[in-house]
Design a protein around this ligand. Structure first.
Ligand SMILES: Cc1ncc(C[n+]2csc(CCOP(=O)(O)OP(=O)(O)O)c2C)c(N)n1
Ligand SMILES: [Mg+2]
Length: 337
């Protein structure tokens, strides 16, 4: 877990540097090596690492718009993921998805920029596992800002009523862009939503990766054994802005300071030292992580840009009936009533 967490943290710090290249002094979102929005997850590593440690390749994970730490913990290839973020041809989706649309069927991972959107596909994966009589599970990660979304609540209901092997993991960083949790829900502990669906709901506080590991072990074991879904909420902290370029003028200084003070990685490092790990062992893990991240970024930057014509490829798996691949005619052909 420590290795995954330091990899994810360093990855976000390096992307932060790369992203800013060429975008300043006046912030130009389309300029530089990483065009478009970028949502970094520094401070949220404990949730991903603690849950994904229990997962296998044939398990499915969906993540929201802040996906890198989850992708890393699920074993998505770092180089191809980075090439995707940099919009390169060898990226996971040929450079056409970008950082919010990472899709890796080999690792069983997908994410989406539409919040709560990962919940229904995770339920679908859970239903497929049940119908096939397999013991794989599906995990949907979402932010606390998504817990009043219909897609989330309907997914909880279907997973419960069909007794599906699905774990919903709310990453509670207390903010949905500039909106604090307390202003959009009176339920401070999002795991209480589980009560309405008669499934277990568990909350883990203090960015505690070890406690997440224990809670996830129980939930995933339960799902694998055919005993249905669990809702898990994990307290995490957003150490950076909502997206790159966010001045965070809405956020009190004390809140930023609290997020910096509650460091999930330092907390786990303390746990490891208490278990007998030496500082230099932890430093070696950090150095290896830095090396792998730097290598992935250098590799990705060397990859070719996609051919502009590739924009027309992979739009449909099969053209739906009535759609022709011939050049469109500009004459009005009339229509049927
Ligand atoms: C359905 C939908 N509504 C609104 C948005 C715009 N949006 C993007 S991120 C976000 C806030 C998400 O907050 P949260 O779920 O807590 O995740 P966090 O950013 O804190 O990780 C919103 C409203 C969206 N992407 N999808
Ligand atoms: Mg949030």
């Amino acid at each position: 877990m420590f290795e995954e967490m330091v990899t994810a943290r360093y990855y976000e710090e390096r992307l932060q540097e790369e992203y800013l290249e060429g975008k300043q002094p006046a912030f130009d979102i389309s300029a530089g090596p990483i065009p478009g929005e970028l949502h970094l997850a520094a401070g949220q590593e404990a949730a991903a690492a603690g849950v994904c440690r229990h997962l296998r390749d044939d398990d499915t994970v969906t993540a929201p718009h802040r996906p890198h730490h989850v992708a890393i913990a699920k074993g998505v290839d770092l180089k191809r993921m980075t090439a995707e973020i940099f919009g390169r041809e060898t990226g996971l989706s040929g450079g056409k998805g970008g950082h919010m649309h990472l899709f890796d069927p080999d690792a069983g991972f997908a994410c989406s920029g539409i919040i709560a959107q990962g919940c229904p596909p995770a339920v679908g994966a859970g239903l497929a596992a049940k119908k096939r009589n397999e013991d794989s599970v599906a995990v949907a990660f979402l932010g606390e800002g998504a817990i009043s979304q219909g897609a989330f609540l309907e997914s909880l209901n279907l997973a419960a009523v069909q007794n599906l092997p699905v774990i919903f993991v709310i990453e509670d960083n207390d903010w949905a862009i500039s909106m604090p949790k307390g202003r959009v829900t009176d339920v401070a502990d999002g795991s209480q939503r589980a009560g309405g669906f008669d499934m277990p709901g568990v909350r883990v506080d203090y960015d505690d990766a070890t406690a997440v590991y224990d809670a996830a072990k129980e939930a995933i074991g339960r799902a694998r054994a055919g005993n249905g879904p669990t809702l898990l909420e994990v307290q995490v902290h957003r150490r950076m802005g909502h997206f790159m370029g966010d001045p965070e003028s809405y956020r009190p200084d004390e809140d930023v300071e609290a997020a910096q003070a509650r460091d999930s990685i330092e907390r786990l490092a303390d746990d490891l030292r208490n278990e007998g790990f030496e500082d230099d062992e932890l430093e070696t893990i950090r150095e290896d992580a830095r090396e792998r991240v730097d290598e992935a970024i250098e590799w990705a930057k060397d990859q070719p840009e996609p051919d502009p014509d590739a924009a027309y490829e992979d739009v449909f798996v099969n053209p739906p009936s009535g759609v022709t691949t011939e050049e469109p005619s500009h004459e009005f052909a009339g229509g049927e009533d």
